[in-house]
Design a protein around this ligand. Structure first.
Ligand code: NCD
Length: 322
């Protein structure tokens, strides 16, 4: 497959490129099942994790992915920097460039930060967007698509897309980069996307979004019978006003609880990118049920990020001997 220059948006991926990355992720998953979970392919390459925002899963996942490909990894946590955002990003990027970073994985509170870094001329390395504000989180969308494909079609599903698969994305769509990247990638892969949220947590004008919009979770579950339900975290840290009456009411109307679990087919997936607000958007009964893919998503994230880093950084090196 051809190499990408950067991965900034799920829209950077054509259908073929997305399927190829999912297939490569299967190869990486088989490496992760071995006793010695390591490939020599990125030996001598340096990957910098540049995290201006908190993260547990994504940062550790990228670190593990780079290490399993034998790259050198530097973790840079920029939290607490007193320099203004634009300057600190430029100074930091130039420092990384001077040290010879081949790839930079960036998470930043400002939408567009990864794009700025990629197009600034400050740095030559490949940029991976690990979440920029409320904008995008493309590797989360890839790991979600990989999780859906594996659960529905098994691990021998190479070459397959998600044509006709019904996916409902539920909750705080307005503040969610996970929702945005998933909407793009799921459409690219041929899935049917349903957005389910209170009107206050949907963008003011969603007419340009290629999705069915619903305002009633139970009615949607009855009518659509989704193959996968993706619950979004209520992102209180991004809320400057009141978007719903109370947490208690939100949990009652929008929370995925045992009653709603009973409406889900036994083969349907219940997904959440983490971190979960247990008792708010998802109950423990639902989060820990057999339908739940929460921990599979985390495990798959490592394989998918290995595939992404391999694609971006391996150059002429091949995967043939994996
Ligand atoms: C998401 C994020 O940070 O965008 N989490 C993640 O990457 N696993 C979703 C969220 O924080 O709600």
């Amino acid at each position: 497959m051809s190499n990408l220059r950067h991965l900034l948006s799920a829209a950077d991926l054509s259908r073929d490129a997305a399927i190829n990355l999912l297939d490569l992720s299967e190869t990486m998953a088989s490496v992760n099942d071995r006793e010695i979970k390591k490939l020599p392919t990125l030996r001598g390459k340096t990957v910098v994790n540049l995290f201006f925002e908190d993260s547990t899963r994504t940062r550790i996942s990228f670190e593990l992915a780079a290490k399993r490909l034998s790259a050198d990894v530097i973790n840079f946590s920029a939290k607490g920097s007193s320099v203004s955002k634009g300057e600190s990003l430029k100074d930091t990027a130039q420092t990384l460039e001077a040290m010879g970073a081949d790839g930079v994985v960036i998470r930043h509170a400002a939408s567009g930060a990864a794009y700025t870094l990629a197009h600034s001329g400050w740095i030559n390395g490949a940029i991976v967007n690990a979440g920029d504000g409320t904008h995008e989180h493309p590797t989360q969308a890839l790991l979600d698509a990989f999780t859906i494909r594996r659960r529905l079609h098994g691990s021998a599903s190479t070459g397959k897309a998600l044509d006709g698969v019904k996916v409902a994305i539920v909750g705080d769509v307005l503040h969610s980069r996970v929702a945005r990247s998933n909407l793009l990638l799921l459409n690219t892969l041929g899935a049917e996307v349903h957005l389910v949220a209170p009107p206050t947590l949907l963008p003011a004008d969603s007419s340009g979004w290629n999705a069915h919009i619903h305002y009633d979770l139970d009615a949607m579950l009855h009518r659509v019978k989704p193959d996968a339900v993706m619950m979004l975290r209520v992102q209180l840290e991004r809320m400057s006003a009141a978007f719903f009456a109370s947490e208690r009411e939100y949990a009652r109307v929008w929370g995925f609880n045992a009653d709603r679990l009973a409406l889900l087919g036994s083969k349907s997936l219940l997904m959440h990118p983490g971190p979960m607000n247990r008792g708010l958007e998802i109950s423990s009964a639902a989060a820990d049920s057999p339908n739940s893919t929460v921990l599979e998503q985390v495990a798959n994230g490592v394989s998918v990020r290995m595939a992404v880093l391999f694609n971006l950084l391996s150059g002429e090196r091949s995967i043939e001997n994996v």
